[in-house]
Design a protein around this ligand. Sequence first.
Ligand code: GTP
Ligand code: MG
Length: 333
Amino acid sequence: MASKKTTQKIEDEEIVIDAQEEEAGIEDLPGVGPATAEKLREAGFEELMTIAVMSPKELGDQAELGEAVASKIIAGAKKMANVGGFVSGVSLLERRSEVQKLTSGAAALDELLGGGFETQAIVEVFGEFGSGKTQIGHQLAVNTILPIAQGGFDGEVFYIDTEDTFRPERIAQMAEGAGLNPDAVLDRIHVARAYNSAHQMLLVDEIKRMSKSIDVKMVIVDSLTSHFRAEYVGRGMLAPRQQKLNKHLKELKQLSDVNNALVLVTNQVMSNPGAMWGDPTKAIGGHIVGHASTFRLYLRKSKGGRRIARLIDSPNLPEGEAVFTVTAEGIRE
Ligand code: GTP
Ligand code: MG
Protein backbone atom coordinates (compact mmCIF):
# COMPACT_ATOMS: atom_id res chain seq x y z
CA MET A 1 0.00 0.00 0.00
CA ALA A 2 2.81 2.42 0.91
CA SER A 3 4.51 1.87 -2.41
CA LYS A 4 1.28 2.62 -4.23
CA LYS A 5 0.97 5.89 -2.38
CA THR A 6 4.56 7.02 -2.98
CA THR A 7 4.07 6.65 -6.72
CA GLN A 8 1.37 9.31 -6.60
CA LYS A 9 2.10 12.91 -7.47
CA ILE A 10 4.96 14.23 -5.34
CA GLU A 11 3.49 17.71 -5.00
CA ASP A 12 0.53 16.25 -3.12
CA GLU A 13 1.94 16.58 0.39
CA GLU A 14 -0.89 14.77 2.18
CA ILE A 15 -0.33 11.60 0.27
CA VAL A 16 3.44 11.62 0.70
CA ILE A 17 3.02 12.07 4.47
CA ASP A 18 0.53 9.18 4.51
CA ALA A 19 3.13 6.92 2.96
CA GLN A 20 5.68 7.81 5.65
CA GLU A 21 3.19 7.12 8.42
CA GLU A 22 2.74 3.58 7.32
CA GLU A 23 6.41 2.97 7.98
CA ALA A 24 6.18 4.19 11.60
CA GLY A 25 5.33 1.74 14.37
CA ILE A 26 4.84 1.80 18.12
CA GLU A 27 8.60 1.57 18.72
CA ASP A 28 8.96 5.00 17.16
CA LEU A 29 6.75 6.62 19.78
CA PRO A 30 8.51 8.95 22.23
CA GLY A 31 9.14 7.21 25.56
CA VAL A 32 8.40 3.72 24.28
CA GLY A 33 11.21 1.24 24.86
CA PRO A 34 11.09 -2.49 24.12
CA ALA A 35 9.33 -3.32 27.41
CA THR A 36 6.54 -0.80 26.90
CA ALA A 37 6.21 -1.78 23.26
CA GLU A 38 5.74 -5.37 24.40
CA LYS A 39 3.03 -4.32 26.89
CA LEU A 40 1.23 -2.36 24.19
CA ARG A 41 1.47 -5.24 21.77
CA GLU A 42 0.19 -7.75 24.31
CA ALA A 43 -2.80 -5.54 24.99
CA GLY A 44 -3.52 -5.48 21.26
CA PHE A 45 -2.14 -2.03 20.42
CA GLU A 46 0.00 -2.35 17.38
CA GLU A 47 -1.22 0.48 15.25
CA LEU A 48 -0.71 4.16 15.96
CA MET A 49 -4.26 4.93 14.91
CA THR A 50 -5.66 2.59 17.55
CA ILE A 51 -3.59 4.24 20.28
CA ALA A 52 -4.28 7.76 19.07
CA VAL A 53 -8.02 7.50 19.67
CA MET A 54 -7.77 6.12 23.24
CA SER A 55 -8.13 8.09 26.45
CA PRO A 56 -5.13 7.99 28.84
CA LYS A 57 -7.18 6.13 31.44
CA GLU A 58 -8.38 3.48 28.97
CA LEU A 59 -4.93 2.93 27.51
CA GLY A 60 -3.36 2.89 30.99
CA ASP A 61 -5.84 0.28 32.22
CA GLN A 62 -5.66 -1.93 29.18
CA ALA A 63 -1.90 -1.89 28.65
CA GLU A 64 -1.04 -1.73 32.38
CA LEU A 65 0.76 1.58 32.12
CA GLY A 66 0.65 4.66 34.33
CA GLU A 67 -1.78 7.31 33.17
CA ALA A 68 0.99 9.89 32.65
CA VAL A 69 2.95 7.49 30.44
CA ALA A 70 -0.22 6.56 28.55
CA SER A 71 -1.00 10.21 27.99
CA LYS A 72 2.45 10.87 26.52
CA ILE A 73 2.16 7.84 24.24
CA ILE A 74 -1.25 8.96 22.99
CA ALA A 75 0.04 12.45 22.26
CA GLY A 76 2.90 10.95 20.24
CA ALA A 77 0.58 8.60 18.37
CA LYS A 78 -1.74 11.49 17.54
CA LYS A 79 1.12 13.44 16.00
CA MET A 80 2.47 10.51 14.04
CA ALA A 81 -0.89 9.21 12.90
CA ASN A 82 -2.01 12.75 12.03
CA VAL A 83 -5.43 12.40 13.68
CA GLY A 84 -5.23 15.45 15.91
CA GLY A 85 -6.25 17.99 13.32
CA PHE A 86 -7.76 18.59 9.96
CA VAL A 87 -7.09 16.52 6.91
CA SER A 88 -7.67 17.58 3.34
CA GLY A 89 -10.72 16.55 1.38
CA VAL A 90 -8.38 14.65 -0.89
CA SER A 91 -7.21 12.28 1.83
CA LEU A 92 -10.78 11.82 3.08
CA LEU A 93 -11.84 10.92 -0.41
CA GLU A 94 -8.96 8.51 -0.60
CA ARG A 95 -10.09 6.80 2.62
CA ARG A 96 -13.65 6.67 1.33
CA SER A 97 -12.36 5.08 -1.86
CA GLU A 98 -11.26 2.10 0.24
CA VAL A 99 -14.86 1.48 1.35
CA GLN A 100 -16.16 -1.90 0.19
CA LYS A 101 -19.77 -2.99 -0.11
CA LEU A 102 -21.23 -6.34 0.85
CA THR A 103 -24.23 -7.87 -0.88
CA SER A 104 -27.17 -9.06 1.23
CA GLY A 105 -28.44 -11.43 -1.44
CA ALA A 106 -31.49 -9.23 -2.06
CA ALA A 107 -30.93 -6.66 -4.82
CA ALA A 108 -33.55 -4.20 -3.52
CA LEU A 109 -31.96 -4.16 -0.07
CA ASP A 110 -28.49 -3.60 -1.54
CA GLU A 111 -29.84 -0.78 -3.64
CA LEU A 112 -31.51 0.84 -0.61
CA LEU A 113 -28.03 0.98 0.96
CA GLY A 114 -26.43 2.47 -2.14
CA GLY A 115 -24.97 -0.80 -3.38
CA GLY A 116 -24.61 -2.92 -0.24
CA PHE A 117 -23.51 -2.90 3.40
CA GLU A 118 -20.45 -0.63 3.74
CA THR A 119 -17.15 -1.07 5.54
CA GLN A 120 -15.89 1.67 7.88
CA ALA A 121 -19.43 1.81 9.22
CA ILE A 122 -21.73 0.56 11.94
CA VAL A 123 -25.07 -0.66 10.64
CA GLU A 124 -27.84 -0.97 13.20
CA VAL A 125 -30.65 -3.37 12.32
CA PHE A 126 -33.62 -2.96 14.63
CA GLY A 127 -37.12 -4.34 14.76
CA GLU A 128 -39.49 -6.51 16.74
CA PHE A 129 -39.00 -10.24 17.47
CA GLY A 130 -39.00 -12.41 14.38
CA SER A 131 -38.48 -9.45 12.05
CA GLY A 132 -35.33 -11.03 10.61
CA LYS A 133 -32.43 -9.35 12.43
CA THR A 134 -30.63 -12.59 13.26
CA GLN A 135 -31.29 -13.95 9.77
CA ILE A 136 -29.61 -10.88 8.26
CA GLY A 137 -26.67 -11.38 10.63
CA HIS A 138 -26.27 -15.00 9.51
CA GLN A 139 -26.60 -14.09 5.83
CA LEU A 140 -24.04 -11.29 5.96
CA ALA A 141 -21.66 -13.58 7.84
CA VAL A 142 -21.89 -16.07 4.97
CA ASN A 143 -21.63 -13.40 2.28
CA THR A 144 -18.47 -11.98 3.87
CA ILE A 145 -16.74 -15.21 2.84
CA LEU A 146 -17.79 -14.79 -0.82
CA PRO A 147 -15.14 -13.66 -3.33
CA ILE A 148 -15.08 -9.91 -3.92
CA ALA A 149 -16.22 -10.43 -7.52
CA GLN A 150 -19.44 -11.96 -6.18
CA GLY A 151 -20.19 -9.09 -3.82
CA GLY A 152 -18.34 -10.56 -0.84
CA PHE A 153 -15.27 -9.46 1.16
CA ASP A 154 -13.28 -12.70 1.01
CA GLY A 155 -12.54 -12.11 4.71
CA GLU A 156 -13.35 -13.42 8.15
CA VAL A 157 -16.22 -12.86 10.54
CA PHE A 158 -16.44 -12.33 14.30
CA TYR A 159 -19.86 -13.02 15.71
CA ILE A 160 -20.72 -11.94 19.26
CA ASP A 161 -23.84 -13.85 20.24
CA THR A 162 -25.62 -12.53 23.33
CA GLU A 163 -28.93 -14.40 23.05
CA ASP A 164 -27.65 -17.85 22.09
CA THR A 165 -29.31 -17.64 18.69
CA PHE A 166 -26.28 -18.31 16.48
CA ARG A 167 -26.93 -21.55 14.55
CA PRO A 168 -24.10 -23.21 12.59
CA GLU A 169 -26.71 -25.39 10.82
CA ARG A 170 -28.36 -22.26 9.48
CA ILE A 171 -24.97 -20.94 8.31
CA ALA A 172 -24.35 -24.26 6.51
CA GLN A 173 -27.74 -24.02 4.81
CA MET A 174 -27.10 -20.45 3.66
CA ALA A 175 -23.56 -21.34 2.54
CA GLU A 176 -24.98 -24.02 0.28
CA GLY A 177 -27.54 -21.50 -0.96
CA ALA A 178 -24.64 -19.20 -1.89
CA GLY A 179 -22.72 -22.01 -3.60
CA LEU A 180 -20.04 -22.20 -0.90
CA ASN A 181 -18.64 -25.14 1.00
CA PRO A 182 -20.34 -25.07 4.44
CA ASP A 183 -17.28 -26.28 6.37
CA ALA A 184 -15.02 -23.75 4.68
CA VAL A 185 -17.48 -21.01 5.60
CA LEU A 186 -17.89 -22.12 9.22
CA ASP A 187 -14.12 -22.24 9.51
CA ARG A 188 -13.92 -18.49 8.86
CA ILE A 189 -16.70 -17.45 11.24
CA HIS A 190 -15.45 -17.01 14.81
CA VAL A 191 -18.25 -17.12 17.33
CA ALA A 192 -18.31 -16.19 21.01
CA ARG A 193 -21.23 -16.30 23.37
CA ALA A 194 -21.28 -13.17 25.57
CA TYR A 195 -22.57 -13.92 29.05
CA ASN A 196 -23.07 -10.35 30.21
CA SER A 197 -22.41 -6.81 29.04
CA ALA A 198 -18.91 -6.65 30.55
CA HIS A 199 -17.99 -9.88 28.78
CA GLN A 200 -19.48 -8.51 25.56
CA MET A 201 -17.17 -5.49 25.79
CA LEU A 202 -14.15 -7.65 26.57
CA LEU A 203 -14.83 -9.68 23.45
CA VAL A 204 -14.27 -6.54 21.37
CA ASP A 205 -10.77 -6.28 22.88
CA GLU A 206 -10.24 -9.90 21.96
CA ILE A 207 -11.24 -9.20 18.35
CA LYS A 208 -8.81 -6.28 18.34
CA ARG A 209 -6.04 -8.65 19.42
CA MET A 210 -6.99 -11.35 16.94
CA SER A 211 -7.30 -8.89 14.06
CA LYS A 212 -3.49 -8.64 14.02
CA SER A 213 -3.28 -12.07 12.43
CA ILE A 214 -6.77 -12.48 10.96
CA ASP A 215 -8.31 -10.43 8.16
CA VAL A 216 -11.45 -9.33 10.00
CA LYS A 217 -13.96 -7.84 7.56
CA MET A 218 -17.16 -8.21 9.55
CA VAL A 219 -18.13 -7.97 13.21
CA ILE A 220 -21.66 -8.86 14.29
CA VAL A 221 -23.14 -8.11 17.70
CA ASP A 222 -26.50 -9.86 18.02
CA SER A 223 -27.94 -8.31 20.08
CA LEU A 224 -26.12 -5.11 20.99
CA THR A 225 -28.50 -4.09 23.75
CA SER A 226 -30.08 -7.17 25.38
CA HIS A 227 -27.53 -7.54 28.21
CA PHE A 228 -27.37 -3.81 28.86
CA ARG A 229 -31.12 -3.63 29.01
CA ALA A 230 -31.36 -6.55 31.45
CA GLU A 231 -28.54 -5.40 33.71
CA TYR A 232 -29.08 -1.67 33.98
CA VAL A 233 -32.61 -1.53 35.31
CA GLY A 234 -34.31 1.49 36.85
CA ARG A 235 -34.12 5.22 36.57
CA GLY A 236 -30.71 5.83 38.13
CA MET A 237 -29.14 3.27 35.81
CA LEU A 238 -29.98 4.99 32.55
CA ALA A 239 -26.94 7.29 32.49
CA PRO A 240 -24.37 4.58 33.35
CA ARG A 241 -25.98 2.26 30.81
CA GLN A 242 -25.80 4.83 28.05
CA GLN A 243 -22.20 5.63 28.95
CA LYS A 244 -21.17 1.99 28.71
CA LEU A 245 -23.05 1.51 25.46
CA ASN A 246 -21.38 4.60 24.07
CA LYS A 247 -17.94 3.27 24.96
CA HIS A 248 -18.79 -0.12 23.45
CA LEU A 249 -19.95 1.50 20.20
CA LYS A 250 -16.83 3.67 20.01
CA GLU A 251 -14.67 0.59 20.27
CA LEU A 252 -16.70 -1.14 17.58
CA LYS A 253 -16.39 1.89 15.30
CA GLN A 254 -12.66 1.88 15.84
CA LEU A 255 -12.53 -1.78 14.77
CA SER A 256 -14.44 -0.96 11.60
CA ASP A 257 -12.14 1.96 10.76
CA VAL A 258 -8.83 0.30 11.51
CA ASN A 259 -9.71 -2.91 9.63
CA ASN A 260 -11.84 -1.40 6.86
CA ALA A 261 -14.54 -3.74 8.17
CA LEU A 262 -18.31 -3.73 8.50
CA VAL A 263 -19.91 -3.77 11.96
CA LEU A 264 -23.48 -4.99 12.19
CA VAL A 265 -25.39 -4.57 15.45
CA THR A 266 -28.95 -5.68 16.11
CA ASN A 267 -31.34 -3.96 18.45
CA GLN A 268 -34.83 -4.63 19.70
CA VAL A 269 -37.64 -2.14 19.90
CA MET A 270 -39.49 -1.08 23.02
CA SER A 271 -43.15 -1.32 22.39
CA ASN A 272 -44.77 1.98 23.16
CA PRO A 273 -48.49 1.36 23.33
CA GLY A 274 -49.09 4.98 24.31
CA ALA A 275 -48.13 6.21 20.86
CA MET A 276 -51.23 7.12 18.89
CA TRP A 277 -49.64 8.21 15.64
CA GLY A 278 -46.73 6.99 13.59
CA ASP A 279 -44.78 3.91 14.46
CA PRO A 280 -45.56 2.66 17.96
CA THR A 281 -42.03 1.38 18.47
CA LYS A 282 -38.66 2.84 19.39
CA ALA A 283 -35.18 1.34 19.36
CA ILE A 284 -33.54 0.52 22.69
CA GLY A 285 -30.63 2.74 23.66
CA GLY A 286 -32.22 5.73 21.97
CA HIS A 287 -29.97 8.51 20.84
CA ILE A 288 -26.68 6.85 21.75
CA VAL A 289 -27.12 3.89 19.43
CA GLY A 290 -28.81 5.92 16.73
CA HIS A 291 -26.09 8.52 16.77
CA ALA A 292 -23.22 6.02 16.68
CA SER A 293 -24.67 4.05 13.78
CA THR A 294 -23.80 5.12 10.25
CA PHE A 295 -26.82 3.35 8.81
CA ARG A 296 -30.02 2.34 10.58
CA LEU A 297 -32.37 -0.24 9.14
CA TYR A 298 -35.79 -0.70 10.66
CA LEU A 299 -37.31 -4.12 9.88
CA ARG A 300 -40.93 -5.07 10.04
CA LYS A 301 -42.97 -8.13 9.10
CA SER A 302 -45.35 -7.96 6.20
CA LYS A 303 -47.83 -10.24 4.47
CA GLY A 304 -46.83 -13.63 3.06
CA GLY A 305 -43.61 -13.94 5.09
CA ARG A 306 -42.21 -10.81 3.47
CA ARG A 307 -40.03 -8.37 5.41
CA ILE A 308 -39.77 -4.64 4.87
CA ALA A 309 -36.54 -2.79 5.61
CA ARG A 310 -36.65 0.97 5.99
CA LEU A 311 -33.48 3.08 5.86
CA ILE A 312 -33.44 5.77 8.52
CA ASP A 313 -31.09 8.76 9.10
CA SER A 314 -28.49 7.96 6.48
CA PRO A 315 -25.70 10.55 5.96
CA ASN A 316 -25.80 10.43 2.17
CA LEU A 317 -28.72 8.29 0.99
CA PRO A 318 -32.41 9.02 0.65
CA GLU A 319 -34.83 7.35 3.04
CA GLY A 320 -36.69 4.49 1.47
CA GLU A 321 -37.86 0.94 1.80
CA ALA A 322 -36.98 -2.45 0.37
CA VAL A 323 -38.85 -5.74 0.49
CA PHE A 324 -37.08 -9.08 1.00
CA THR A 325 -37.91 -12.62 2.08
CA VAL A 326 -36.25 -15.20 4.28
CA THR A 327 -36.07 -18.51 2.41
CA ALA A 328 -34.42 -21.85 3.19
CA GLU A 329 -31.40 -20.69 1.13
CA GLY A 330 -31.26 -17.37 2.93
CA ILE A 331 -32.20 -13.73 2.37
CA ARG A 332 -33.62 -13.22 -1.12
CA GLU A 333 -35.37 -10.62 -3.20
P1 GTP B 1 -35.53 -11.60 17.87
O1 GTP B 1 -34.09 -11.96 17.99
O2 GTP B 1 -36.43 -12.56 18.58
O3 GTP B 1 -35.83 -10.18 18.25
O4 GTP B 1 -35.95 -11.75 16.32
P2 GTP B 1 -35.11 -11.55 14.99
O5 GTP B 1 -35.45 -10.23 14.42
O6 GTP B 1 -33.68 -11.85 15.22
O7 GTP B 1 -35.75 -12.64 14.05
P3 GTP B 1 -35.03 -13.77 13.23
O8 GTP B 1 -33.99 -13.22 12.37
O9 GTP B 1 -34.66 -14.86 14.15
O10 GTP B 1 -36.23 -14.22 12.27
C1 GTP B 1 -36.98 -15.34 12.52
C2 GTP B 1 -37.78 -15.59 11.26
O11 GTP B 1 -36.91 -15.91 10.18
C3 GTP B 1 -38.68 -16.79 11.44
O12 GTP B 1 -39.93 -16.38 11.91
C4 GTP B 1 -38.76 -17.31 10.02
O13 GTP B 1 -39.75 -16.61 9.32
C5 GTP B 1 -37.44 -16.94 9.40
N1 GTP B 1 -36.51 -18.10 9.43
C6 GTP B 1 -35.63 -18.43 10.40
N2 GTP B 1 -34.98 -19.55 10.09
C7 GTP B 1 -35.43 -19.95 8.90
C8 GTP B 1 -35.14 -21.05 8.05
O14 GTP B 1 -34.32 -21.89 8.35
N3 GTP B 1 -35.84 -21.14 6.89
C9 GTP B 1 -36.75 -20.21 6.53
N4 GTP B 1 -37.39 -20.34 5.36
N5 GTP B 1 -37.07 -19.16 7.31
C10 GTP B 1 -36.41 -19.03 8.48
MG1 MG C 1 -32.59 -12.46 16.86
